[in-house]
Design a protein around this ligand. Structure first.
Ligand code: GDG
Length: 476
C-alpha cells in the first residue's frame, strides 16, 4: 500500500495547530507538512497536571489531535531535564553545558513508555507512524515492546554528532540501539548520516547492508538524510498581506538612510548570537564606512527560560548589545535593535524583505529554516544576501550563500562587509540559485520523500534475524 493511501500518525513532543504561527522550527515544519492532511497528531498537551497521562482528543479539520498532560516530575525530568539539558546540548556539541542525571534518564524513559501506552490503542494496523525529534528516540522500542507492528519512522531535527561526541553521552549505546526499532531514520544532512554510519560500525559492530541500511540486534534500519524545507509559496503569500506591508512601510520610513541586517532566532546558545554581535562590532570597528548606516535588527524569541544556560545567554547578549550601542551609537543611529520577544509570523516576511543582509550564523544547527525563509521573500530583481554558517545543515544545500565559520569573528565581519557591498549582478545570481534549491527541496517534498521511503521499507514482520530474547524483535 502506498504512503498516500495510509493514515499518517505524527508523534512529537509538542502538538501545534498547523493553522497558527509558532516560533520554533519543528512546529513550523510540521505545520507546513501537515496542514490539509488527514491523520492523527499525538503528543504532550503543553499542560502540567496533577497526574500524567489523561488523554484529550479534538478534531482540527481533517486532522485528529490527541494529547496527554504531564505531571511536574515528568515534565522536569523528561523535557527540561534529559531532553533539554542532556541531549540538546550534547547533540549541538556543547558537552560543557550538558547535565547527565540518572533522575532525568529515568523520567525520559518513563514518559516515552507512557507515550507508547497511550498511543497504541489509537493506532490502526496499516497506519504509517512518524515520530519526531530527540525527545522521543526510544518511542518505537516501547511501541514494539507492546506489540505494534506498523511501519515506524523517525526524524531527527537536530544534528547527529560525530561518534567521538556521541560516545560521551552516558547511555549512548542504548540510545542509538533504540533507533533500530524504527524502519526508517531520517536525518537533516549527509554529514549526520555519515556520523550514524561511523558510529554503527565502530560502536555497534552493525553490518552495513548497503550505503544506508544497517543490521544489528536482529533488526534492519534504513538511515538517510531528508533535508527539511519550507513552503516557499505559502510564506511568500504573506508578503502582500497587511501585517507585512505595514512592517515594510514602517521600516522604510524609520530606516530610510540605513542598511538593514536581520537575524531571527530562538534565543538559544546553539544559534551563535554573541559571536554574531561580536562580528557586527568588528564590522563597525574595521570598516567605519558602515557607521551611521548598518543597523542590525535582531529578534531573539524567548525559549526554555527555566533552563539556566538560557538565562546566561540572555544576559550576555543584553550586555553586548548595550556595549556596542554605547560605543558606536549616535543621537540619530543605534547600531543594534535587539528584541527579546516573539515577533508575529505574519510580519516576518516584511522584515526579511527590507533587510539587505540576513545573518544566520549558528554554531551548530540541524538545518535552519530562517535561512530559507529569508531567501523565499527577497525581491528577485534586487535581492538581499544571506550570510550562513557552514555549521548549519542548510549549508549543504545553500552553497551560494556567503558561508562563514561563526567562531572566526574577523572573517565573519569580512563576509558581512562583502554582503553589504555586493554588486547587484552577483546578488541576483546567488539568489536565483538559492531560490531554485529551496523551491525544489520544499516542506511537502520533504514529507513526501520521507513517507514514500517509509512505506517502501520492508515490513517489520519480514525481518531476517530475530533472536527471541531481544525485546526489539520479540514483538516484530
Ligand atoms: C529545529 C532545529 C531545524 C523564530 N523566532 C520567531 C519565529 N521563529 C521561527 C522562524 C523559523 C523557526 O521559528 C525557527 O526554525 P529554525 O530552523 O531556524 O530553528 P529551531 O527552532 O532550532 O528548529 C533546526 C528545525 O527544527 C526544523 O527541522 O531547521 O535546525 O534546531 O520558522 O521563523 N517565528 C515567529 N516569531 C519569532 O520571534 N513568529
Amino acid at each position: 500500500m502506498s504512503a498516500r493511501q495510509r493514515r499518517l500518525v505524527v508523534v512529537s513532543n509538542r502538538v501545534g495547530d498547523p493553522r497558527k504561527a509558532a516560533a520554533g522550527g519543528l512546529a513550523v515544519a510540521l505545520g507546513d507538512a501537515l496542514s490539509g492532511t488527514e491523520g492523527l497528531w499525538f503528543g504532550w498537551s503543553g499542560q502540567i497536571a496533577e497526574a500524567s497521562g489523561e488523554l484529550k482528543q479534538r478534531q482540527l479539520g481533517r486532522l485528529q489531535i490527541a494529547t496527554i498532560d504531564l505531571d511536574q516530575a515528568d515534565h522536569d525530568g523528561y523535557y527540561l531535564g534529559h531532553s533539554n539539558q542532556a541531549l540538546w546540548p550534547s547533540f549541538h556539541s556543547r558537552l560543557d553545558l550538558a547535565s547527565f542525571e540518572t533522575g532525568f534518564v529515568t523520567a525520559y524513559e518513563r514518559v516515552n513508555r507512557l507515550f507508547a501506552r497511550k498511543l497504541a490503542p489509537l493506532l490502526r494496523p496499516d497506519d504509517l507512524i512518524w515520530v519526531h525529534d530527540y525527545h522521543l528516540i526510544p518511542l518505537a522500542e516501547e511501541l514494539r515492546r507492546i506489540g505494534c507492528k506498523q511501519r515506524i519512522g523517525f526524524f531527527l531535527h537536530i544534528p547527529l554528532p560525530a561518534p567521538a561526541l556521541l560516545t560521551a553521552i552516558p547511555g549512548h549505546e542504548q540510545l542509538v540501539r533504540s533507533l533500530f526499532a524504527y524502519d526508517l531514520v531520517g536525518l537533516q544532512s549527509r554529514s549526520d548520516a555519515e556520523h550514524f554510519a561511523l558510529y554503527a560500525r565502530s560502536e555497534l559492530q552493525a553490518e552495513a547492508l548497503d550505503d544506508d541500511r544497517f543490521a544489528s540486534f536482529g533488526r534492519e534500519v534504513q538511515v538517510r538524510s531528508f533535508p527539511i524545507g519550507i513552503d516557499v509559496e505559502a510564506f511568500r503569500n504573506l508578503l502582500p498581506q497587511r501585517e507585512s506591508q505595514e512592517t515594510m512601510l514602517m521600516l522604510r520610513q524609520q530606516y530610510a538612510k540605513r542598511r538593514l541586517l536581520v537575524g531571527v532566532d530562538r534565543l538559544d546558545y546553539s544559534k551563535g548570537l554573541p559571536q554574531r554581535f561580536r562580528a557586527f562590532r568588528e564590522l563597525l570597528a574595521n570598516y567605519p564606512e558602515n557607521r551611521m548606516s548598518a543597523t542590525l535588527i535582531q529578534v531573539a524569541s524567548p525559549t526554555r527560560e527555566s533552563v539556566h544556560a538560557y538565562e546566561d545567554i540572555r544576559h550576555e547578549l543584553e550586555h553586548l548589545a548595550g556595549e556596542i550601542n554605547g560605543t558606536y551609537g549616535e543621537l540619530d543611529w543605534m547600531p543594534i535593535r535587539y528584541m527579546h520577544r516573539t515577533f508575529s509570523r505574519r510580519r516576518l516576511p516584511g522584515l526579511y524583505r527590507m533587510a539587505r543582509v540576513a545573518l544566520v550564523t549558528p554554531l551548530r544547527d540541524g538545518m535552519n529554516l530562517v535561512a530559507k525563509e529569508y531567501v523565499a521573500v527577497q525581491d528577485e530583481a534586487d535581492p538581499g544576501v544571506l550570510v550562513l554558517s557552514r555549521f548549519a545543515g542548510a549549508a549543504e544545500q545553500m552553497r551560494e550563500a556567503l558561508l562563514v565559520n561563526p567562531y572566526d569573528v574577523p572573517a565573519t565581519a569580512q563576509a558581512i562587509q562583502r554582503a553589504l557591498h555586493m554588486p547587484l549582478g552577483e546578488r541576483r545570481e546567488r539568489h536565483a540559485a538559492l531560490l531554485a534549491s529551496i523551491t525544489r527541496e520544499s516542506a511537502s517534498q520533504w514529507r513526501q520523500n520521507f513517507l514514500d521511503a517509509l512505506a517502501a521499507a520492508p515490513a517489520s514482520t519480514q525481518r531476517r534475524r530475530e533472536p527471541a530474547d531481544d525485546p526489539l524483535s520479540a514483538s516484530a
